[in-house]
Design a protein around this ligand. Structure first.
Ligand code: CP
Length: 318
């Protein structure tokens, strides 16, 4: 593997899951693979899980790790070509990226959607600039449109906890006070659509996702129908995708909060969320604290997904 940006980079999924199982069973078996190799993790946005789990994954593989927070201590970067740089940004990303490439063997990048310009966001400008100008393998630590390390960890978790071969997996929109990107639900849908699970998406009208990610999934606007018989309930907020509403919070309808009443409609479903989560907006205290909540094992599997991906990229460097 050279770059890791979406599910397409690890197909077929059964192979990816088998590799993940190997990594989980023997996390220190490949310490020589990463010896004298350096991972650079570049964050344009905040993180807890991605930062720690990816760093842990690299350490398990024997790698050295450098972390750069662009907004804390680095020069402010201009990202557009053709700009007269007479403002507050002293460095251009087109010099900064090849310089970063000189100091490492693999680069992880986190660069969220700005939610101002849908076309710009959905072109994944920053991730693609790293691929084009760094000269090094690049993997996404959440881009503008996808969060593939999260979705891979989610899939590993579902495989570990499923009680039937083809579980019903429900992705539900849930309220949040701020405008959030569509990266996590887009990506989750993209990965679920590669499985043979029964996959259903529910959200209020106006929060339709990009058809490229929804593909053949059932979109059910009736909450009761959506929850009935679900084996997994995956909650996430996202802002509007469509047209002039792009990036907007249309409303924070609390009827969509995941609560015990809705979970009672399911087939004793497990609750999932990528974290961080706003309690009693997205999910009630009792649901997230219940034995059915998988949020901690899901976060733990972020090490497994990151290590599986890093291991394949390192093997590609041999
Ligand atoms: N789920 C996730 O990516 O968490 P962080 O934003 O804390 O990295």
């Amino acid at each position: 593997m050279r770059n890791f940006l979406s599910v397409k980079d690890v197909l077929p999924l059964q192979t990816a899951l088998a590799l993940a199982k190997e990594v989980k069973a023997k996390p220190f078996a490949d310490r020589e693979l990463g010896r004298d190799k350096t991972l650079l993790m570049v964050f344009f946005n905040s993180s807890l899980r991605t930062r720690l789990s990816t760093q842990k994954a690299a350490l398990n593989l024997g790698m050295n790790v450098i972390v750069l927070d662009i907004n804390q201590g680095a020069w402010k970067l201009e990202t557009e070509r053709g700009v007269v740089m007479d403002g507050d940004k002293p460095e251009h990303i087109l010099e900064a990226i090849p310089v970063m490439g000189c100091y490492c063997d693999i680069i992880g990048v986190r660069a969220f959607a700005g939610l101002q310009d849908r076309d710009y966001d959905y072109r994944e400008v920053i991730l693609n600039q790293f691929i084009q100008y760094s000269g090094k393998p690049v993997f996404s630590m959440e881009g503008a449109t996808r969060h593939p390390l999260q979705s891979f960890a989610d899939l590993i978790t579902i495989e570990e906890y499923k009680k039937t071969p083809r579980p019903k997996v429900l992705l539900t929109w849930a309220p949040h006070p701020n405008a959030l990107p569509q990266a996590v639900p887009n990506s989750f849908a993209e990965w679920m659509n590669q499985t043979d699970y029964e996959f259903v998406i529910t959200h209020p009208e106006g929060y339709e996702l990009d058809a490229e990610f929804v593909q053949g999934a059932v979109v059910e606007y009736d909450l009761e129908k959506a929850y009935r018989g679900a084996d997994f309930v995956y909650a996430k907020n996202w802002s509007a995708y469509s047209g002039a509403q792009y990036g907007k919070v249309l409303h924070d309808d609390r009827r969509w909060t995941v609560d015990a009443q809705k979970m009672a409609l399911t087939s004793n479903a497990c609750f999932m969320h990528c974290l961080p989560v706003r309690r009693n907006m997205i999910v009630t205290d009792d649901v997230i604290e219940s034995p059915a909540s998988l949020v901690i094992p899901e976060a733990a599997n972020r090490v497994v997904s990151a290590q599986t991906v890093l291991r394949e990229i390192l093997r590609g460097l041999l």
